[in-house]
Design a protein around this ligand. Structure first.
Ligand SMILES: Nc1ncnc2c1ncn2[C@@H]1O[C@H](COP(=O)(O)OP(=O)(O)O)[C@@H](O)[C@H]1O
Ligand SMILES: [Mg+2]
Length: 244
């Protein structure tokens, strides 16, 4: 036993995602690069988890594997008790779209579309009807205090407004997990703080599990749990022991 955790009930919750002995490499033969080695991790529902580590350490690769955007070469990924290897094609897309929200810099807003059009996209993919899409899209924008920008072209938003629109888009399907890759990376510190506060409100008040890759130690410190990746391995986990 280690020191009792102040929130022992957290561990009584089932894992929403479990990774077991995950390996992921890029390239083959001489060019093979092991981006993830022996990664095992249980993430509990409602937890906020920071993934930290140097550039190139494998943070984004881990995030992509956890979010079912990339399959591991070996090892398993269990979502809600079910092995995700059985998920393919449409079923995989639907599960990802229904369960996860993404705040990734590479998932840009389409600048020439309106803010509302951008935000309803995940509902289009999910096959939700037009009126319901509009209603939920506007509600998500209102939650992020962006409803007055619904009809504006996304290109005309400020950096912070864009990131709030991305968060609104991440919320429209009522996700259980939000994945955020450097969510404050391109923002000034005030705007970054606002975006951070929004993410933690969603975590604390709505119970959405938050998994965030960050270079920002202050943001990491606000999370329930911090794991550090080095050369594709978890070398530190504030929540428990790490295999030597
Ligand atoms: N598609 C790819 N092909 C080849 N190498 C890649 C690819 N994606 C990432 N890598 C390499 O894998 C390592 C981990 O990358 P990444 O997970 O993006 O790191 P981080 O997010 O921690 O900066 C890096 O060395 C990177 O160059
Ligand atoms: Mg990265």
């Amino acid at each position: 036993m280690t020191t009792p955790s102040p929130v022992t009930s957290r561990h009584a919750r089932p894992a929403i995602i479990s990774a077991h002995d995950v390996h992921k490499s890029y390239g083959t033969g001489q060019n093979r690069f092991d981006a993830l080695t022996d990664v095992s991790l249980d993430i509990h529902e409602g937890q906020s988890l920071a993934i930290v580590g140097k550039s190139g350490s494998g943070k984004s690769t881990l995030m992509h594997v956890l979010a079912l955007l990339d399959a591991p070469d070996s090892g398993s990924l269990i979502l809600d008790g079910a092995d995700t290897r059985d998920l393919r094609g449409k079923k995989l897309n639907r599960t990802r779209n229904k369960t996860f929200g993404f705040v990734f810099q590479q998932f840009f807003l389409t600048g020439s579309n309106t803010v509302l059009e951008n935000v309803i996209l995940p509902m289009k993919i999910a096959g939700i009807g037009r009126a319901e899409r509009r209603r939920r899209g506007l509600a998500a924008l209102a939650q992020l205090e962006l409803d007055d920008k619904a009809k504006n072209k996304a290109v005309n938003l400020s950096g912070g407004q864009k990131q709030r629109a991305v968060i609104a888009r991440a919320l429209v399907n009522n996700p259980r997990i939000i994945f955020a890759d450097e969510p404050t990376g391109n923002l000034d510190s005030n705007t970054g703080q606002t975006v951070e506060d929004i993410l933690f409100t969603l975590n604390r008040e709505h119970g959405i599990t938050l998994i965030v890759v960050t270079h920002d130690e202050e943001l990491a410190a606000r999370c329930d749990r911090r794991i550090q990746i080095r050369d594709g391995r978890i070398v530190e986990d504030s929540d428990g022991e790490v295999a030597a």
